[in-house]
Design a protein around this ligand. Structure first.
Ligand SMILES: Nc1ncnc2c1ncn2[C@@H]1O[C@H](COP(=O)(O)OP(=O)(O)OP(=O)(O)O)[C@@H](O)[C@H]1O
Length: 344
């Protein structure tokens, strides 16, 4: 197995009914970060719970650090897996202070050594002055970091994070995510993060596994799933994407935006995927459009366009200092090669 991290093979879970996970394979190299990204109900938490040992699957094998933990009759108990698991809600004990929460799972002799809590708090970006506070005296982001420190206290080499940042507001979310990633990287932990937030998955992970209906549609680098999605559905799920009908011949495709270069050769009827940042607006040219509306966002703006003489509606992301006005006529160029999918 690659780097003796996590290896999942043929994992099928049905909870007594039709499969919620259907022959799922996943390799997470040791010390790397994988994000499992998918819509609500696609099976992400089920996968994490199976790796943690809370579920006996119908089929499949789970190895961690080269050791078989789940396979047929073999089901190593969760507490014997050496895996840290951070749940969505953090789940701190309300009657224990920060130190009590962090040391809770440790052997009794180690619990008394409060000194070891301080480096853990620093590792997750929390001030040691918070050590005696109870959870209700902490912000949501601080509580999440305490939950992470608790998971790290046993020094697990594998950490599973189930949407741990979803209850936080945008700024706190980014800061907590970065502190968490840095803390895990400092420990060399093998990490799986479950999320339905594509920006979170792309920024956190070395590898993104996109899950729909209990199967992985694509497992690839962040640039791979965003820039070269395996299917139109993956393309749409990873960010804004326009899918336009076209005819491909080799490295060229004809569509409503004219003749565009293809990143990969194709033939016949295709769907062309164009992301808003790939449209470059300029002086009216062969491909003309009128601006129907603009949403200014500071650094950039989303410009909705109607192609002249056609019914096609498009959206372009343009720099915030070069924003056209509604009613303007503009030319559209697509200088970078685009992706296409066979028409089904
Ligand atoms: N204990 C259970 N018994 C029966 N069905 C379950 C159980 N837990 C989850 N399911 C079902 O399995 C499917 C996948 O659930 P899961 O929680 O793994 O999805 P998810 O992708 O993590 O969703 P979310 O993003 O909403 O947390 C859902 O249809 C859910 O209803």
């Amino acid at each position: 197995m690659s780097g003796a991290g996590i290896s999942v093979t043929g994992l099928t879970v049905g909870y007594g009914g039709p499969p919620v996970l259907d022959h799922v394979d996943l390799q997470v190299p040791a010390g790397s970060f994988t994000a499992v990204l998918g819509p609500s109900g696609s099976g992400k938490t089920t996968l994490l719970r199976a790796i943690a040992g809370f579920i006996r699957p119908d089929h499949g094998r789970i190895e961690v650090r080269g050791e078989v933990l789940t396979d047929g009759p073999t089901l190593v108990a969760p507490e014997r897996r050496g895996i840290g698991y951070v749940r969505q809600d953090g789940a701190l004990f309300p009657h224990l202070d920060v130190t009590g929460n962090i040391t809770f799972g440790l052997p009794r002799a180690e619990r008394r050594r409060a000194a070891q809590v301080e480096p853990l708090l620093e590792l997750v970006g929390l001030s040691p002055s918070l050590a005696r506070r109870r959870p209700d005296e902490l912000s949501g982001g601080q509580q999440q970091r305490v939950a992470l420190a608790r998971a790290l206290a046993r020094e697990p080499s594998v950490v599973l994070l189930d949407e741990p940042f979803s209850s936080l507001d945008t700024a706190l979310r980014a800061a907590t995510r970065e502190a968490t990633r840095a803390a895990l990287a400092a420990r060399g932990a093998t990490t799986v993060l479950v999320t339905h937030d594509q920006a979170e998955a792309l920024s956190f992970a070395d590898q993104v596994a996109v899950m729909f209906d209990g199967r992985f549609a694509q497992v690839d680098s962040p640039a791979g799933v965003y820039g070269a999605p395996a299917t139109p559905e993956v393309g749409r799920f990873l960010g804004d994407a326009m899918l336009l009908s076209g005819q491909a011949i080799g490295r060229t495709v004809h569509c409503c935006l004219g003749q565009l270069d293809l990143a990969e050769p194709a033939t016949g009827d295709v769907l062309v995927m164009v992301r808003p940042e790939q449209l470059v607006l300029g002086e009216p040219s062969d491909t003309k459009a009128s601006v129907s509306s603009v949403t200014y966002q500071g650094a950039d703006a989303m410009v909705r366009l109607d192609l002249v003489d056609q019914t096609t509606r498009l959206v372009a992301r343009v720099p915030g200092n070069r924003v056209p006005r509604p009613g303007d006529q503009v030319g559209i160029a697509v200088p970078a090669p685009v992706r296409s999918f066979p028409q089904r």
